[in-house]
Design a protein around this ligand. Structure first.
Ligand code: GUN
Length: 687
């Protein structure tokens, strides 16, 4: 277990800032800067009841890798025996916890017990005085069964209390600004935009928890939960972490994280343990009739369920709470790792089978994403555009894949940008292109069908080879696009429509059996091979860089190439011999060189651009990354993972690289890397 996180306070100017470190679509591994170290998200803040410590906070830190916890400031405030020591030596001392301490404000108590006696400023004052890292304002809990009017009141009253809460928090206490609104999407969106816009004297809210959802989770109403997250996400500031108040069942983590949730908190690990229930990523399991454990764990290793059942209540609760916390932490680690490997959606699909209610919620998200290209569906569209469309590795699926955001993104780019090459291999304009549909073949298609393609092209130069693959149609000139070329499925219902074939003339070529023989190398075949290569590079320029296909074709006139030992193009040189592009062999992507960036910028080829503020330009020219907060704006479609040019305000090229953020994020974030620069461009005026 991870031990000894760095608890040094962040730089004062970074306090409360959130940065994205890794991403898979809108899910993110983030870093929130606090006075007790950097909180890595997605993470769970275990709820610690200061009166009943089922697991000591110090043990959580030492043995369970818990970097931050949440406790209740109202409970501390109410009990003299807690309040006095907290005021005297701080909440970290009171709980004996060196990491990040978040506190709630008493709102939940008011939901459970009626009113609370504490005032709006009073509770923030108290959280500040006991040295909390992230406190919570006293929001008004909106229950799902309340009328729209009552919920509107909860939203408005919470907003009305926001400024004075931020003012009272002062310079050092970060604050949670909860989002209310019950089941009403428009109220959630309204609450998120208003709470997101409140600026205190020092800063706005550091985190936005989504509140009022505990009653939904208690009744397994996951579809409602998902609808609330989606509605909130439409208007919530992108640069702030989202916390799901009271959500902590591991079964829910992948789906919520895939929708952009960053923080969770829950007492479930202890509450479920008290009545003999185990939390697992597939659901809750009672120990009553267990013969063997449903999942291996360090905590229960060496104990049988029967032995645990026979334990005294306290001993059993203590043990099961540790199991629950261990499994919770393990599932979060799994989600973070899935973000790193770009496989979170596969995990979401897998977990969606844990319960009918979860499946229902998943199918709703799938529908939202598959309609994501429609402009009114903001969140679905964001999910797609934020998902890098090229990634190495394979995609496995056992059901329709029309909801995997990165595949939809890839498909959308092909539909929107791919056009036939302007000339055929004989040099005639491509006036009557006919799609040659190649089916029955397996990847790598450059090996399995190239011979057939060359033969067909020799017969009919005006044909365009198109592969009929498991995820729809793929032009042969994009045949190594990963993961489209690495789909593992037994049988497949395409599900993903492709605009590629709309109204096109087509002929079928069924390639059966092993790869066809490569035709002999006569003059025509050489011309066809050269045409295929120029076709491939120009297709990638248009689909991945956003260039017009005809312009790309022309630009590549006279290109030469360097090949790998297996004969694939590794480097592309322009007619003057400058190395301009490097097709990537591992994922089918295209890397731009600095000479290529200069040439395409000079051509005004329509590549996406990030405009830097003046102060950062010398650093970018020296090859440093583009950092959030130093960006003036963007032009054209900036997509994470696809090359961009970096220009100054006057439009002069200063660098090129690969963005890790979306254009919207570049507008809002103030910390972290926005573009990984691959090369700076020296200022020729100064040479
Ligand atoms: N804990 C669970 N739900 C809520 C909520 O809506 N507001 C606050 N402050 N705490 C909560």
């Amino acid at each position: 277990m991870a031990k000894g996180f760095d608890t040094s306070p962040c730089r004062p100017q970074d306090l409360g800032r959130f940065e994205i470190h890794r991403r898979d679509g809108i899910s993110r591994i983030g870093r929130l800067h606090t006075r007790h170290g950097v909180l890595q998200t997605p993470m769970l803040l275990p709820v610690v009841n200061p009166n009943i410590r089922t697991i000591e906070p110090r043990e959580m830190w030492d043995d369970f890798g818990v970097q931050g916890l949440i406790t209740n400031s109202y409970v501390i405030w109410k009990h003299d025996k807690l309040r006095e020591p907290a005021l005297a030596s701080g909440v970290h001392d009171l709980l004996d916890f060196p990491g990040v301490i978040v506190t709630d404000s008493g709102t939940f108590q008011s939901y459970v017990y009626g009113d609370v006696e504490v005032g709006v400023e009073q509770i923030v004052d108290f959280q500040r005085d006991i040295g909390v890292d992230i406190g919570t304002m006293l929001d008004v809990f909106g229950r799902p069964d309340q009328t729209e009017e009552e919920l509107q009141h909860a939203v408005d009253e919470t907003v009305a209390r926001a400024f004075s809460s931020l003012e009272t928090a002062g310079e050092n206490l970060l604050l949670n600004g909860p989002i209310q609104g019950g089941l009403h999407s428009h109220l959630r969106a309204d609450s998120a935009s208003k709470m997101g816009a409140v600026e205190g004297p020092h800063r706005g809210f550091a985190v936005h928890p989504i509140g009022g959802i505990v009653p939904l989770m208690e009744r397994h109403r996951y579809l409602d939960l998902v609808k609330i997250i989606l509605a909130t996400r439409e208007t919530i500031p992108l640069e702030r972490p989202i916390h799901l108040f009271g959500c902590g069942h591991p079964m829910l983590f992948p789906m919520c994280i895939a929708l952009g949730a960053d923080l969770f908190d829950s007492a479930a690990y202890a509450l479920f343990a008290r009545d003999g229930r185990l939390l697992t990523p597939d659901g809750t399991v009672r120990i009553d009739e267990l013969v063997e454990w449903p999942i291996a764990s360090r905590t229960l290793h060496g104990h049988t369920p029967e032995e645990v059942r026979k334990m005294g209540k306290e001993e059993r609760t203590n043990l099961l709470a540790r199991f629950n916390l261990e499994i919770t932490q393990a599932e979060l680690a799994r989600c973070r790792q899935a973000i790193r490997t770009g496989t979170l959606w596969a995990l979401v699909e897998q977990r969606s089978h844990s319960s009918p209610e979860l499946r229902e919620a998943f199918l709703h998200i799938a529908e939202v994403i598959s309609k994501g290209s429609l402009s009114e569906n903001i969140v679905g569209q964001r999910m797609i555009e934020a998902s890098a469309p090229i990634r190495s590795g394979s995609v496995k699926w056992s059901e329709k894949a029309d909801h995997r955001p990165h595949l939809i993104h890839a498909r959308g780019l092909i539909d929107d940008r791919w056009r036939p090459p302007p000339f055929d291999w004989t040099g005639k304009p491509m006036n009557n292109p006919k799609m040659l549909l190649i089916s029955g073949s397996v990847p790598p298609w450059r090996d399995s069908v190239r011979g057939d393609v060359i033969r067909s092209l020799r017969r009919d130069p005006q044909c365009i080879p198109i592969i009929v693959m498991k995820a729809g149609h793929l032009p042969f000139d994009l045949e190594d696009w990963s993961p489209l070329c690495h789909i593992q499925a037994v049988s497949f219902e395409p599900g993903m429509s492709s605009g590629l074939m709309d109204g096109a003339l087509a002929e079928n070529l069924d390639v059966k059996g092993p790869s066809s023989e490569e035709p002999s190398s006569d003059k025509d075949d050489d011309a066809i091979r050269t045409w295929l290569e120029r076709s491939q590079i120009s297709a990638k320029c248009s689909v991945l860089l956003g260039m017009d296909r005809n312009m790309a074709w022309e630009w590549l006139e006279g290109m030469t190439v360097q090949r790998s030992s297996t004969g694939r193009i590794k480097n592309v040189f322009d007619a003057d011999g400058a190395h301009v592009l490097s097709p990537r062999l591992n994922d089918g992507g295209l890397s731009l060189t600095t000479s290529g960036a200069i040439a395409l910028h000079a051509l005004d080829a329509g590549l996406p651009e990030v405009v830097s503020i003046d102060d950062a330009v010398p650093f970018l020219r020296a090859g440093r990354n583009v950092i959030h907060g130093f960006i003036e704006g963007t032009r054209n479609a900036v997509r994470p993972g696809l090359p961009v040019l970096v220009v100054d305000r006057s439009g002069a090229l200063v660098a090129h690289g690969v963005p890790t953020s979306t254009a919207e994020e570049m507008k809002r974030f103030s910390k972290g890397i926005a573009v990984r620069v691959r090369g700076g461009v020296v200022n020729e005026d100064k040479l």
